[in-house]
Write a new protein. Sequence first.
Lengths: 293, 239
Amino acid sequence: MFAYLIASGISTGALYAMVAIGLVLVYRSTGHINFSHGELFMFGGFIAYTCFVILGMPYFVSLVVAVIGGFALGVLCDRTVYRPLIKAPALTMVLATVGFSFLIKGVARFFWGAREGGDYVAFPAAVDPSPIPVGGIMVFPQQLLVLGGAFFFVVVFTIFFRRTRWGKMMQATAENATAAYLSGIRVERVYTMTWGTGACIASAAAVLMAPLTLLSPDVGFNLLLRAFAATVLGGLGSMPGAIIGGFLVGIIESLAGGYIHTGLQEVSAFIIIIVVLVFRPAGLFGIRRLRET
Amino acid sequence: MLRVEHLSVWYDVTEVIRDVTFEVPENDVVALLGGNGAGKTTILNTLSGLLEPRRGSITIDGRPVEGWHPQTIVKAGMVQVPQGRFVWPGMSVEDNLVLGAITRPRSERDAIAADMDEVFDMFPVLRERRRGFAASLSGGEQQMLAIGRALMARPRLLLMDEPSHGLSPLMVRQMVVAIRRLHERGMTILLVEQNVGVAAAVSKLAYVLVNGEIEFSTPGAELADNPDILRSYLGGGRY
């Protein structure tokens, strides 16, 4: 039981970590929490659903299309929400991103919602749905795919941030935008790239997760909440913190649901946010990050 | 090389730079002196494209550059070493320097590597710490890194904002040596300073700024003996 719950928590935690990476990426660059991030995740899932289920494309191709579509949506968010309000107070940005989330949700509901049986649609498993034994516990092959996929994307994006010119420009802008301007970095383009990249990571996570759950236009908020709990737990703004925080939220949620009450699974993220903010507001890696800077 | 004429900059409803005119000839070191809040950094940020002037003109070699994007200004050869260093603390020394050359085409990879070597020759401590985080450098070393990063863009005109600020006397002396070496290599420098000693040691001409206006100018060599300097620092200007 314990091993199964841990395994299940790790696979869902990997997804939370991916969503949290996008959230942290935008936060570090712009200083704002993107409250439409969950909806970008949801929309990526529906793009993949359209490709995979409606158009009959292969799973991998659907994943690529969703990632590209997610990037485009992130860029749209930058151009229509962030850029026009770049000098506005933080609260204005909060309201604007919340408003954008409702807009995306409405569009998703228009195209994919209100079907027979409600707003939920099933995303078929990309691999054989029968559970298989791994190390003495039964797991779904899709869970292994999720874990492998999440690991792959975390590695790819880590290499992107550490090694590529764009990744370094994004980090430089996040650390000090004025210095970036003065060095000749086109900071506006970096912001666009940041919103796009954050959204495409979320889309990839959605495509990996969709076969394990159902897709609906309302799924984004739940994911945003968990990713936010992961970033708060890891230390808002810390990339390694977001990854570790994502896994911890997944595991805590799974253990709470398995050992205490299934209802706790739904509210674990809230509890984590409250406990961390009360007892360790800087999160697990917050203090170290402050020392670094 | 750089000519600023009748420059006026506003923050909302306040005019912080008033009708400022000065010139930086090619291969000279010109100082802009003034106390806190005199408007020195505002002028540099306007020259770098971070702020837009309300009136006046800024020309480099006769080309008007006011209102240009900061990147275009860097490409035009005018690069700022900002106050407080502003290095990227979570990135390595080497990455800080590489990003300094971001406006140069990728085809110049070899030249960029050679320029980095030159920066390391100029500031050997950066070579020793090239893989370390910029955050781990001392204040003086971060200042060296900020200068090195600016040099990676191959500027013709360097705008230095208080390079001696917050440094120990020993580091200030090293900074003066570094500025002299840059000048000897043909670099044109506009040096913004509060430290009269530093400005006197390196500049040919100094403009003294009081409350956003050029109060007077004086040859750099005469700075230390000029009684008007102290008066202007203590707020004894016209306002």
